[in-house]
Ligand binder design. Structure first.
Ligand code: SF4
Length: 122
């Protein structure tokens, strides 16, 4: 667990340009989406990084950034609904504070998590 989540981190394999390009595109999308608001990144950098990698993997394998935490074949049947940012993410964030993949979170959720960490967890 860290306090400063980022969408970018370890370099992609140098021998896989398609994946490197997809990873760069996924990171850029996530950064742009968060910059627009109203959501922030889920406050655990490792979790965020795994989800971004999942988005990139789906982009390479399936041509679109399908939600990494949903079955891709089912997502494909739903058109754009489960392409990130998926249709249900607003509702999920309202209900639980973060989207189902734990990529995007509400500012309130992020603040509460940071307070918990500062206070040693409660
Ligand atoms: S659950 Fe989150 S990461 Fe997954 S598609 Fe929806 S918004 Fe994107």
């Amino acid at each position: 667990m860290t306090d400063a989540p980022r969408a970018a981190d370890p370099p992609p394999p140098p021998d896989d340009p398609a994946r490197a390009k997809a990873l760069s595109r996924a990171r850029k999308f996530v950064e742009t989406y968060v910059a627009k608001g109203p959501y922030e990144l889920y406050p655990e950098a490792e979790v965020v990084d795994n989800v971004v990698r999942g988005l990139a993997d789906n982009l390479v394998a399936h041509g679109r950034m399908y939600c990494p935490c949903a079955p891709v074949e089912e997502s494909k049947q739903k058109g754009s609904e489960m392409v990130c940012p998926c249709k249900p993410h607003h509702e999920d964030i309202t209900r639980q504070g973060y989207c189902d993949c734990a990529l995007f979170a509400s500012p309130d959720f992020v603040s509460a998590e940071r307070l918990k960490k500062k206070g040693g967890g409660a």
